[in-house]
Design a protein. Sequence first.
Length: 218
Amino acid sequence: MQLRSGLFITLEGGEGVGKTTQQALLAGRLQKEGYTCLCTREPGGTVLGQKLRALLLHGDPIEPLAELLLYAADRAEHVQTRIHPALAAGQVVVCDRFTDSTLAYQGYGRGLDLNLIRQVNQLATGNLQPHLTLWLDLPPQLGLKRACSRTTSPAGPASLPGDRMEQAHLSFHQRLYQGFQELAAAEPQRIVRIDAQGSPQEVAERIWAVVKSRLAQG
């Protein structure tokens, strides 16, 4: 099933909230309902983005302004080469992180000027905005506990250390959590809070109820 102008959905939230899991569950549900779906992420949704992701998340410390501009470079390539073509083809794009993460992490977290970040975001996206943003709301302490268990479990990718964001001080994560709260309050029509506590299936049902409603609106 193709939509006339596509639907752009983003998943946002702090560390360990379950975005990757929920992206996969949502994509599976959309495909089951007959929609063509593109799952992507930032940073890392393109070949260039994968290289930038390694620098941003696993490289040496980066100055906040340089970090912001690297995220913007990733986003500009991503929007032009993947997101716009998929939307033009009538697909549902489900993206793990987008501009709201930059405002939360580099603005509230790192302390960069929010107006500067908005200008950089507009330049990188050509003013593209998600039609729907799902903010997975989980207190930072719980999210970090999940992230820690994910990276230390002997069963999975776990032997990998947490990335630079996960390793940041709790106060950093508390600031970006406040950022997501304020962003959601400022744009309630676009940003919908999803309670991220509970089983993955329970959270997925909360997400689907919102997405199904938006799809019904055309």
